[in-house]
Design a binder for this molecule. Sequence first.
Ligand SMILES: [Zn+2]
Length: 100
Amino acid sequence: MLGHTVDETTYVTSMVPVPNVHQTPAEDFAVLRRDADRAVVVGRTLVGFLHTHPAGFLEPSDSDYLGLPDGLVGVVMCGTHLTGYTKEGPAQVEQVPPTV
Ligand SMILES: [Zn+2]
C-alpha cells in the first residue's frame, strides 16, 4: 500500500501487487524487501501491506503482527471485510470514495 501519513492517520492512495514468497502462502505471507522497494513510485511512500485471509479469519494472526515492519500499517482483507493493525495492536480502517 502506497500513500502518506498525516498526524496519526495513514492514507492509502494506491495499491501495487507484490509476490507472496512465504513457504506456505495459503496460510501466511512474506514479501521480499526488493519487491517492496520496486513497488514504490516517485512521490509515494510505502505505508503498509494488505493481504487476504481466504479461509475466513477476520483478525491478523500472530505472525502477521510479528512480520509487520515497524511504522507500517497492516490490513487483512477477508471477503469485503477489512481489519487494520499495527505493531501496537488493532487499527481502524475506513474506506472513503476517491476524490477527483
Ligand atoms: Zn494474515
